[in-house]
Design a protein around this ligand. Structure first.
Ligand SMILES: Cc1cc2nc3c(=O)[nH]c(=O)nc-3n(C[C@H](O)[C@H](O)[C@H](O)COP(=O)(O)OP(=O)(O)OC[C@H]3O[C@@H](n4cnc5c(N)ncnc54)[C@H](O)[C@@H]3O)c2cc1C
Length: 400
């Protein structure tokens, strides 16, 4: 007698870069009937569409419309044969193979295999009033990152989640248009902060002649990049007349941004201050490392629960340092997708070995970009067009 095994449930949480790749792969497989996956697949996503971070500065600078930088997750799910659960993940209980989501109501979902690609939150621990963290921090507090990242200061705009940021950016533009003088500060020292500050400068220049954009970046500007690349970036910041404050920001209230030694009159503050694990990581039984990231091995598999996988900014590799970036979410995600399918079929999994050099292209606001590939640096309008070509290839992959 043939015994039919019940279908397994594969739950994908978050429509990050890796899961977009997975949905595209499932959709292509369905079209060609090439890959059979014996599982019910569900995707938990807060939004029916997702904003592509790589093109966000280009949208701010006016080079793209919002629809140019959005990916339609709802239709992608339909094409991939995946059920979309439009809710937010709030809890992962790995011991009982269960996640909890919120939307209109709180719901529990059971899974056989779980894949996490929910990204991370903006690290707001630099703010003096973020739940009293600085005053009460002890070594044992480090694990409780979800709790410490909550902050009361709603005047500071965090770059993540991007869906909220795009609304707040439009409010900034409106306020800048209506103000006689407008002063904006971007806080952060990484590539995202640099792209944002130059995009903001280009956008504000077009609507308010009497404005000033300031980058507050501390002492470690672009610390992961070579010094030649850093010098090129500084020249571009200079070309754009951006004020650089090499001090740490500590607080913002009543229109004043406090840094280590200064108090600057500022109308709005955007924080691109690195990433920290999302609130749900504070209460999960999955093994968590560092600032709230799911600890994974080279297969992108949780080190504590073998039926849970995580990739992109939500995860951290325990065997080697892999930067949190879209590039690694895409490439790690392709291997992770293979491994999810291999795990379901009980076959051999692959290891994700990042390339030693990654091409990084940084847009400079006005259709000009700087690139780095290992020790090689490039710049020019053609680099911006190369970036545009690569970004569009990613975003339009399923537009036929
Ligand atoms: C302005 C800017 C420019 C950047 N440019 C580059 C670049 O050029 N190259 C590069 O490599 N990196 C770049 N980065 C970094 C890059 O954006 C991140 O490293 C990358 O987005 C991480 O991808 P991810 O797949 O982990 O998740 P994300 O892209 O962050 O996606 C996570 C998704 O999960 C959803 N989600 C979050 N929480 C939940 C939840 N609880 N429940 C359900 N859904 C949830 C989110 O809404 C989102 O759709 C940039 C970042 C910024 C801010």
């Amino acid at each position: 007698m043939t015994k039919f095994l019940p279908k397994k449930t594969l739950l994908l949480a978050g429509a990050g870069h890796a899961h977009i790749g997975m949905l595209r792969r499932l959709s292509a497989a369905r079209l060609k009937a090439s890959e059979t996956i014996d599982a019910d697949i569900h995707l938990i996503s807060e939004q029916p569409q997702t904003i592509y971070s790589g093109m966000l500065p280009g949208w701010m600078a006016g080079h793209y419309q919002l629809h140019d930088i959005s990916i339609d997750i709802k239709s992608l799910c339909v094409r991939a044969g995946v059920r979309l659960i439009q809710q937010s993940l709030v809890q992962v209980n790995a011991a009982s193979n269960k996640v909890v989501t919120t939307g209109d109501e709180q719901t529990d979902f059971n899974y056989d295999v779980l894949s996490l690609n929910t990204g991370a939150d903006t690290d707001m621990r630099w703010l003096r009033d973020h739940n009293g963290y600085n005053e009460h921090k002890s070594d044992s507090d480090d694990r409780d990152v979800g709790a410490v990242n909550t902050y009361a200061n709603t005047d500071v705009i965090a770059i993540r989640p991007l869906s909220t940021f795009i609304i707040q950016w439009q409010q900034i533009l409106k306020a800048a248009q209506q103000s006689e003088k407008y002063q904006l500060a971007i806080i952060g020292a990484g590539a995202a902060a640099i792209e944002l500050v130059m995009a903001a400068q280009v956008a504000l220049r077009n609507i308010n002649r009497n404005h000033q954009v300031t980058l507050v970046c501390g002492q470690n500007l672009l610390s992961g990049f070579n010094s030649g690349f850093r010098q090129r970036v500084i020249k571009q910041l200079d070309r754009h007349d951006i004020t650089i404050v090499r001090e740490r920001a500590t607080d913002y209230r009543d229109g004043k941004l406090s840094t280590t030694h200064k108090s600057l009159p500022i109308n709005a503050v955007i924080a691109a201050t690195g990433v920290i694990g999302s609130a749900w990581t504070a209460s999960t039984d999955l093994e968590i490392e560092g600032d709230g990231f799911v600890a994974v091995n080279d297969k992108q598999q949780s080190v504590s629960h073998s039926n849970v996988f995580a990739v992109g900014d939500v995860a951290t590799r325990i065997d080697k340092y892999v930067a949190h970036s879209g590039v690694h979410s895409v490439h790690g995600g392709a291997i992770e997708a293979d491994n999810l399918l291999a795990y379901l079929k009980e076959s051999v999994m692959k290891s994700y070995q990042p390339k030693s050099r990654t091409l990084y292209l940084l847009s400079c606001g006005d259709k000009y970009a700087i690139g780095s590939w290992g020790n090689l640096n490039l710049q020019g309008r053609w680099v911006w067009h190369l970036k545009k070509y690569i970004d569009k290839r990613f975003i339009e992959a399923d537009k036929g």
